[in-house]
Design a protein around this ligand. Structure first.
Ligand SMILES: Cc1cc2nc3c(=O)[nH]c(=O)nc-3n(C[C@H](O)[C@H](O)[C@H](O)COP(=O)(O)OP(=O)(O)OC[C@H]3O[C@@H](n4cnc5c(N)ncnc54)[C@H](O)[C@@H]3O)c2cc1C
Length: 387
């Protein structure tokens, strides 16, 4: 089984200490719960402190201020961060606001964009979201209709984006819009859009399964975006957004491994301590077999993720293996979470209990960032028509 490098182990120990000494007390002071949205001002504190301690930018290459970790080490750091059990874990690595969302843009961004947009994001001064999905363009992402028409030194944007993570608290969106004459991938460009600009409206009056507050829709009505805020060339936006899709599919997996590991650990503790019929419920074979199945499936999922990361790190092609990981790990994590709820009995059904939240969060990941069906489409293509 994969062992993280010394550097990654040092980072993991540092993050565990940060969670123990600062994040947990913050969660308690602010009365945060798994069931309620977390206020932007609390998230801002986590982003800034994580940045000061050097964790916020860890996922970036060394040349732009990151830790320069291998993909396998990145997986280990992400998994361990979630395994701390902190409800603020994704924010430590800036996953919903910061560097992991924009690292790949440094290569194409202009020097002014780097200075005025990317660097403030890496310094946790500004938060960013990624806006592609629309009401009529979900899995078929290239079918977006939001348009950007060129008028002098500005583009004028009209349209709407749906289900955007982080939109309610983001300052900037990396937003995809059609600039070409028709629609389709080759007509799509990417922009940095200031979400405080006139004509931008964020609506977040719905709550998704994992809880409210973190997702929203972005509406654009004659929004003027300077030409200098276009990212790369016209027509390159879709390629830019999809360029890292393979790696991103793999990098979603350690979060799921962490959630599943947390569900397993909580179940082991509960099964050992909860007594019924005069004995710990772990003594009942039906319970300990569920735990055996959870541990076995988690081992299979972990093995798959770290083996695929190793193939990637040695320069191999993971175009078929990465969607296999996203499919298998998200479906497995949900089965593990389901058993965790079962082992906890009624306690696991209470809104705000960690296993209840993990159940809802893992259910979402079979749909988010490419549904299981879309992963199967890519896998089938790779298996039936290898490059
Ligand atoms: C909480 C949340 C957060 C999100 N965050 C973001 C974000 O930050 N940025 C962003 O841009 N988007 C985001 N999304 C959008 C997300 O990526 C899409 O919801 C997802 O890609 C699926 O699109 P859809 O919901 O329109 O479903 P649809 O595409 O309408 O799919 C409906 C069903 O049809 C199936 N289906 C569709 N096409 C095919 C096909 N070709 N073959 C087989 N089956 C198919 C799907 O698998 C699914 O079962 C988010 C969504 C949610 C709910």
């Amino acid at each position: 089984m994969y062992q993280p490098s010394e550097k990654a182990r040092g980072i993991i120990e540092g993050i565990e200490g940060f969670v123990r000494e600062e994040i947990r007390p913050l969660e308690q002071r602010e009365g945060l719960s798994w069931a309620e949205p977390h206020p932007r001002q609390v998230l801002q504190q986590v982003w800034q402190r994580s940045c000061e301690l050097g964790y916020y930018n860890i996922m970036l290459p060394e040349t732009i201020g990151g830790a320069g970790l291998s993909v396998a080490d990145l997986c280990a750091v992400k998994e361990a961060t979630v395994l701390t059990g902190s409800m603020l874990a994704p924010h430590i690595l800036g996953e919903l606001s910061g560097p992991p969302r924009i690292g790949h843009l440094f290569k194409v961004a202009s020097p002014v964009q780097v200075e005025t947009i990317l660097q403030p994001i890496c310094k946790a001064q500004k938060a960013v979201c990624f806006a592609l999905t629309e009401s009529e363009a979900g899995s078929d992402a290239a079918a977006i209709q939001t348009r950007a028409r060129l008028e002098g030194d500005h583009y004028v944007l009209n349209g709407g984006k749906r289900f955007i993570s982080g939109a309610p608290y983001a300052d900037i969106a990396v937003l995809l819009a059609v600039t070409g004459p028709g629609t389709g991938a080759q007509n799509i460009s990417a922009f940095f859009v200031d979400l405080k600009a006139p004509g931008v409206r964020i609506e977040s009056d719905y709550s998704v399964m994992s809880g409210g507050g973190a997702h929203g829709d972005i509406f654009l009505d004659e929004v003027r975006v300077p030409v200098t805020h276009r990212i790369g060339e016209e027509g390159q936006g879709f390629k830019l957004a999809m360029g890292r899709i393979t790696l991103n599919r793999l990098l979603h997996c350690p979060t799921l491994l962490g959630l599943a590991g947390l569900a397993l650990n909580l179940s082991i503790d509960y099964a050992r301590t909860r007594k019924q019929f005069g004995q710990p419920i772990a003594m009942f074979q039906s319970i300990n077999h569920m735990i055996a199945d959870m541990a076995t499936e988690l081992h299979a999922a972990r093995s798959m993720v770290y083996a695929t990361a190793a193939v990637n790190d040695s320069g191999g092609d993971i175009r078929t293996q990465a969607p296999m990981c996203k499919l298998f790990v998200s479906e497995t994590a949900f089965r593990i979470a389901d058993r965790a709820v079962q082992i906890h009995g009624g306690a696991g059904l209470l809104r705000g209990h960690p296993v209840e939240w993990i159940f809802r969060a893992t259910r979402m990941m079979r749909i988010l960032t490419g549904t299981s069906e879309i992963q199967r489409n890519t896998i089938a293509k790779g298996v039936l028509m290898p490059a």
